[in-house]
Write a protein that binds this ligand. Structure first.
Ligand SMILES: Cc1cc2nc3c(=O)[nH]c(=O)nc-3n(C[C@H](O)[C@H](O)[C@H](O)COP(=O)(O)OP(=O)(O)OC[C@H]3O[C@@H](n4cnc5c(N)ncnc54)[C@H](O)[C@@H]3O)c2cc1C
Length: 236
């Protein structure tokens, strides 16, 4: 997977502060302080004025489906109708890399599908029909634009250990890009537990692939409570 930040709104801090002042925030408060307050207090509509466009190369179709669940964004993917996919690249989950026998089954299957794709094309089946044999692992390229508010929501959900490993990897790479440009917006952000100081995942804080939440152990530094831990109404 390769993540490139193609374009972003420059002067975003000014723009966010300006839009906040239009809504009544006093002129005496400095730009950085306004941005910090907006992020922390979740007065987030001002964050919608700045956006980021990423070129995502070699992500799996499975990941692109998860990305598409983030509806507050703009999505353009490589077409499997118009692009020949005979030599498709594909994602290999880490679990396969740790198991030689499973890896062989996986790679043999991919090679089999590639041959089948080529055979179908040779005997005259259209690309439009042949594409239905492509696996979810098939690499695709993607242009993805999201505003800062939507990105914070995306990062909150997908930096969580419960997110699928490939999209979590993407979230980490996206975070590195945006925090470099706008630390005043992103530097204190992370998964939803960090953003809210309470984890909405409640009893299910570990990933299915064995990555435990680093903030779940009571009494340790950095502990983030669940909603169940802090709920005022116990009859909920
Ligand atoms: C660990 C994990 C597991 C998941 N498992 C599944 C699963 O099994 N099946 C599945 O289908 N999805 C699953 N998802 C996807 C999840 O349900 C969301 O669709 C996805 O994370 C996008 O979040 P979102 O709706 O907040 O984002 P966006 O679509 O970008 O929306 C941003 C915000 O806009 C508002 N909004 C957007 N659309 C509407 C609307 N129609 N009505 C009202 N408000 C709206 C909401 O406040 C929303 O939070 C999973 C996500 C995670 C992180």
């Amino acid at each position: 997977m390769k993540v490139t930040l193609l374009k972003y709104t420059k002067g975003g801090t000014d723009l966010i502060a300006h839009s906040a002042r239009v809504s009544g925030v006093p002129d005496t408060i400095p730009d950085d302080e306004i941005v910090r307050m907006i992020v922390d207090n979740d007065y987030s509509s001002a964050l919608e004025h700045i956006s980021f466009t990423f070129d995502l190369e070699d992500i799996s179709i499975a990941l692109s489906r998860e990305l598409l669940e983030h509806r507050m964004a703009s999505h353009t993917a490589r077409s499997t109708r118009y692009v020949e996919e005979e030599a498709f690249g594909y994602f290999t989950p880490k679990e396969f890399l740790k198991n030689e026998e499973a890896l062989k089954v996986y790679t043999d299957t991919m090679e089999y599908i590639k041959k089948a794709y080529a055979n179908l094309r040779e005997i005259g089946v259209t690309r439009e029909s042949t594409r239905y044999i492509l696996p979810l692992a098939t690499h695709t390229n993607y242009i993805w634009t999201a505003n800062a508010r939507s990105l914070i929501n995306f990062l909150g959900l997908r930096l969580c250990v419960r997110a699928a490993p490939e999209i979590r990897e993407l979230a980490k790479m996206v975070y590195e890009e945006v925090v470099n440009i706008y630390p005043e917006i992103f530097k204190n952000l992370g998964c939803r537990g960090i953003n809210l100081s309470v984890c909405p995942e409640n009893a299910v804080r570990d990933s299915v692939q064995g990555k435990d939440c680093p903030y779940k152990i009571k009494g340790t530094k950095g502990f983030i409570p669940t909603k169940d831990d802090v709920r005022v109404r116990k009859d909920w």
